[in-house]
Design a protein around this ligand. Structure first.
Ligand SMILES: [Zn+2]
Ligand SMILES: [Zn+2]
Length: 136
C-alpha cells in the first residue's frame, strides 16, 4: 500500500485506519468515536485536534468514501500479512526439500556436499570474464 494512501486513510487521533470517518468544518477527517471523545467535555472549545481551528458548533459529516478506502486498505493489509505467512511456509518447505536433496546427493556420492560446493566456489572466479580494464 503506498504510504500517501495509507496516510490518507489514517486517523490522526488513534493512528489506525478510520472507523466510521467523519469530516469536520476545517475538512479534516477523524473516526466518529475519536472526535466524539475529543469533543466530549462541554466546557472546552470545539476545535480541530489536527489544525486547532475552532468552530461555533459541532458539525460531523460522514465520509463514506474515506470509510470505504480505509476498509479496503485494512483488508489489503490483512491479505499482505497472509501472503507473507504463506511465503514463509513455502520457503521453509523449499528449504527442507533442498536439504533432502543435499542428503540424497551426499548418499549418492558418498561424500559431503560441502566438498563439491567448495570446489565449485573455487572454480567460479576463473571462469568469469575479466571486466573493467577497457573502460578505464
Ligand atoms: Zn480514530
Ligand atoms: Zn482541521
Amino acid at each position: 500500500v503506498p504510504i500517501s494512501l495509507r496516510d490518507e486513510a489514517t486517523c490522526s487521533i488513534c493512528l489506525s485506519f478510520f472507523t466510521d470517518p467523519v469530516t469536520i468544518d476545517c475538512g479534516h477527517n477523524f473516526c466518529r468515536a475519536c472526535i466524539a471523545q475529543c469533543w466530549e467535555r462541554p466546557d472546552t472549545d470545539i476545535s480541530c485536534p489536527q489544525c486547532r481551528e475552532t468552530f461555533p458548533q459541532r458539525t460531523l459529516r460522514p465520509n463514506r468514501q474515506l470509510g470505504n478506502l480505509a476498509e479496503i486498505l485494512e483488508e489489503l493489509d490483512k491479505e499482505i500479512v497472509k501472503i507473507q505467512d504463506e511465503n514463509v511456509t513455502k520457503l521453509s518447505e523449499e528449504i527442507s526439500r533442498l536439504s533432502d536433496l543435499i542428503n540424497e546427493i551426499e548418499e549418492k556420492y558418498q561424500q559431503p556436499t560441502s566438498q563439491f560446493l567448495q570446489v565449485r566456489r573455487l572454480e567460479t572466479p576463473r571462469s568469469l570474464p575479466r571486466q573493467g580494464r577497457d573502460s578505464e
